[in-house]
Every structure is written in C-alpha cells, then in structure tokens.
Design a protein. Structure first.
Length: 201
C-alpha cells in the first residue's frame, strides 16, 4: 500500500498518515465502481491529497480537509453500492432467461445504454430481441423500480413469453420486489406451476 508520510511520533502526523491510508484504500475502488467506470478521476483526486500533505507544518492544517474528503469517498461508495447493485440485480434477473446471449451495459456509450451481447459477436442494439425477450426486459425493469407498493398487480405477464420462461418468471420478479405480494391474472397454468398453493380460480 502506498503511503505519503513517514512514520512519526507526533499524533498529528500519525492522524494524517492514517487518513491518507484510508483515503488510498477508498480510492482503489470496488469492483462495481471499476465496472461502471466511476474510478476514472481517482488519480487526479489522490494527487490533490498528496499536495496537501507536503511539509510537516501543513499536515495538521490538512487533517480537517482530509477527514471531509474521506467522508465524501465513504458516501460515494455507499451510494455506488446501493444504486449499482440494483442495476446488477436487474441484469442478473434478466439474464437468467437467456442462454446464448446476455444483456449488459455498454459503458463506451455516452450516456451508457443496455445492449445485447452474443457469445460470438459484438454488442447489438436491443431491437434485435424478440417480442418475448423484450417482454422479459420490461417486466423485470418494472419489478426493479417498484419500491413503495406493498401489493403488485400484474395482468397476463405470459403474453409473448416462451413456455419455459413462464415457470421461473414470478420467482425472478419476486426477487426484485424484495418479497412484496404479487397478484397475477393469467390464463397460463405454467406460470403458476411453482405456486399452486396460492392459486385462486
């Protein structure tokens, strides 16, 4: 691990050393931050911290600024974990249904967008998906964005869906809905095959 300061007996220098080590660790970023390119400006920010720490007389004055900077990094990491784990959960739910392709985020585009990635080809736009595949995208997105409702009503979600996708559909939606109650109107016995005890005619 990189350190900018020499070990010293004074508590001021020790505090500054510790803060710099914590900031350096935070600046390394998480896997999610690297995946979504949130670490691109890290070298600039860390070099600014180094400038604050040149000279023993400046270290004590730098500590309050370093603490605020560290707190900002902590807050950014918490935000990243919450927001981008939701994206990852959505992608995981969607890709459960696909075998020879997957949906991913193209971070080269500005703004980033969802694309289809086949195992043996480059990224393609979502327009190449079938109507059933687009239905999966829509249903999973809706489930991932419903946060406050305790009961979710869904009308005939099996439309356009391959029969093999109907069986796991409610389980994947339930995962994204964090266990909220789902009431589904359907003509498909396959859709409810994993939930026979909850069926009402």
């Amino acid at each position: 691990m990189e350190t900018m300061l020499n070990d010293d007996s004074t508590s001021e220098e020790s505090d500054a050393d510790q803060l710099f080590r914590e900031i350096s660790a935070l600046d390394n970023g998480t896997e999610l931050e690297r995946r979504y390119r949130l670490d691109r400006r890290r070298d600039v920010s860390l070099s600014s911290v180094r400038e604050l720490l040149h000279g023993a007389s400046r270290r004590q004055r730098a500590i309050p600024a370093l603490e605020k900077y560290k707190n900002a990094l902590d807050e950014r990491r918490r935000f990243t974990e919450i927001e981008f784990l939701a994206v990852e959960s959505y992608l995981h739910a969607v890709n459960h249904f696909y075998t020879k392709k997957r949906i991913d985020v193209d971070m080269e585009e500005q703004p980033p967008k969802l694309v289809v990635k086949y195992l043996d080809s480059d990224s393609l736009p979502l327009s190449v998906l079938s109507s059933g595949e687009r239905q999966i995208l829509t249903l999973m997105f809706a489930a991932s964005r419903i946060s406050k409702q305790e009961i979710v009503l869904v009308d005939e979600p099996e439309i356009s869906l391959h029969v093999d996708w109907q069986t796991p559909l409610l389980d994947r939606m339930s995962d994204l809905l964090d266990g909220k109650q789902i009431i589904v109107c359907t003509h498909s016995p396959t859709l409810a095959s994993n939930h026979l005890d909850a069926m009402v005619e």
